[in-house]
Ligand binder design. Structure first.
Ligand SMILES: [Zn+2]
Length: 202
């Protein structure tokens, strides 16, 4: 998406409505610095702000994302393009999150192995060994919890029975059997249990 074009468009619509950046920001419950950043193309309004912003400026979300007023011919084409682009951006950022999950999981495992090794073979003192064992397990659990939190909140799980895509509860993901990021979960739509693949977009 062309944030510079969108910024100019927001600025133009705001002036057409005789609003200052301050007044627009106040109506949206955000800082005027945020409005100024949009208008300079430095950032885009987040999804929750888009709809109230469009209402105030008398435009629709597609026009906002296209950075121009659309006639009906252009409307459908650009609507699809904008949807695809948002999907692509979601996918890219979700890919990054899954990578973080792998890195955290990997580090937690290495850390665990090293601590267990040190506790078993390097340290002579029994008390210190036990403390290191406990520390190793605590850090492993923290690492795994953190990685699974990312996994739960990134993208969706797809039911292999009915194709429903959804975000499950954290505790269901935590205790589910898994192969990689494919998990054995109960679908909230058809209530059947199956191996459900992770997908990054709806
Ligand atoms: Zn299902």
């Amino acid at each position: 998406m062309d944030s510079l074009k969108i910024g100019k468009f927001i600025s133009k619509c705001r002036k057409d409505k005789n609003l200052t950046q301050e007044v627009l920001a106040e109506k949206l419950g955000i800082t005027d610095r945020a409005v100024s950043k949009w208008e300079r193309g430095l950032s885009l309004p987040d999804v929750s702000t888009m709809i109230p912003l469009c209402e105030i400026l008398d435009i629709n979300v597609n026009e906002l994302l296209s950075g121009e007023v659309l006639d009906t011919d252009n409307y459908k084409k650009l609507a699809e393009e904008n949807l695809l682009e948002m999907k692509k951006e979601e996918e890219t950022s979700n890919k990054k999150m899954i990578l973080y999950e792998y890195v955290i999981g990997f580090m937690a495992s290495i850390n665990f192995i090293v601590l267990i090794f040190v506790a078993s073979y390097v340290v002579d003192n029994t008390t210190v060994s036990i403390l290191l064992f406990i520390l190793a397990f605590i850090l492993l659990i923290i690492g795994i919890s953190f990685a699974l939190k990312i996994e739960t909140e990134t993208g969706y799980y797809e039911c292999s029975k009915c194709g429903h895509k959804y975000v499950p509860k954290y505790k269901d993901v935590y205790f589910a059997m898994h192969i990689g990021t494919t998990r054995y979960l109960k679908c909230p739509n058809c209530s059947k249990k199956s191996w459900q693949k992770k997908t990054l977009t709806k």
